[in-house]
Every structure is written in C-alpha cells, then in structure tokens.
Design a protein around this ligand. Sequence first.
Ligand SMILES: [Zn+2]
Length: 243
Amino acid sequence: MSEYTDSITKKVMIIVAHPDDADFMAAGTLAKWAQEGCSIVYLLCTSGDKGTSDPKTKPEELAVIREKEQENACTVIGGEQVIFLRHADGMLQNTLTLRKDIVRQIRIHKPDVVICQDPTNRYGDSNINHPDHRAAGDTALDAIFPSARDYHMFPELVQEEGLLPHKVLEVYLSTREGNASVWIDITETIDIKVSALKQHASQVGTDAESLERLETRLKQRASDVGTPHAMKYAEAFKYIKLR
Ligand SMILES: [Zn+2]
C-alpha cells in the first residue's frame, strides 16, 4: 500500500454510486494494492440502470449487463467481489435506509480502508457532478463514522444479524483538482486500469476508435495528475486517517 498506511496487507472496500465509477476513480490504485496482497471489495449503490440514451434499452436489462461488466472489471484489477445494493439509479439520496445497507456491508467485510466519492464535489468549470455521486459519498462517510463503529446504531444489525461494530481506519476520497492530499503512482498498473474500463462496454463502446480514445483520455488524465508529483501516471485522493 502507499506510505500512508501501517501494514502491508489490508482489506479495502470501494463504495460508489454506479458501475464504472470505481474504475474511473481508482482502478490503477486498486490493481496496485491487489498486487501487494490487499483484498478488494466493490460496493455499488445502484446498478446504473438508467445509463443509456437508447429508449429501446430496458432499465432492468441494462442493470444485468452493467452488473456483469462491473464483475468483469473487478476480476481484471484482481478484486474479490462486487456487491450490488440495487438502489434506484439517478435517484440516490443520503437516506437512513442506504446508510444501513452500507453499514451492514462494512460490518460484514470489515475493511481497514474505504475509498469513496467526495460529497463536496458539486461542480467544476465545465461540469456538474452527478447527484448520485454526491449522495453515495455522503452516505458512505456517514456509514463509516459513526454508524458502523457504534454499537447502538442500527441495533437490529447486532441483534438480528450478529453484525458487530467495525471501525474503518482510513478513507480515500476521489476528489476534484485542488482538494487532493495523496497521489498514488499507478505507472505500473495504468494498462490494467485501461483494461478494467474497457469491460464497461455499454458505456465506453466496443469499436476500436472509441476504445483508443478511451485509452488516450485515461492516460492523459493520469499523466496530468501524476506529472506535477514526479510520477508518469497517478490517481489523486483526499486522505483521511481516522483516530
Ligand atoms: Zn457515476
């Protein structure tokens, strides 16, 4: 893992809104950590069932396709498992229901490290961040602290499911330019990241020209992030070490 961690082998959970979010954010880092012996679990709040402009594609069919694409991408980066919460795409909110669903998975899988989306990322110069991304990040942080950690939060998880509290130690937020505090060198795993993203064929296409554009875009982005920090390719995060 990076120099910001205490031990070599960790349990990592990445919590995101949609299929492909995790891989755009962090596939290079996830692949690197998997190679170093970390276990990686993906937790998806929605299955991205509205992610098409084709009126003939049925949302429930798209969800099945996108779940399979995400499982394939997880395999490519060396991850262990993808868990789907199947909340409604495009309508994600920071509700107690979603928080409990995330707390349940944190208590089952006991991650040392969680990667999630930055809920403070509202807009950039040329984009508005997807509301599902903000909701997923907000709820993930609320689940980590204090709900997953505290015995009396969702007591039915203890009483009915035997899920004891769990304290997450570190959080990496995929964040906007200017808010990052750690840069992970992904020079050795950039090709795995490209390959993981290519698994999301319903979103990135399958023709050679589209895939070449995707690879160029991913490498340019990783180069822009890494170059100021003397890395060929990098992913950037806001890092929180919980005490
Ligand atoms: Zn998304």
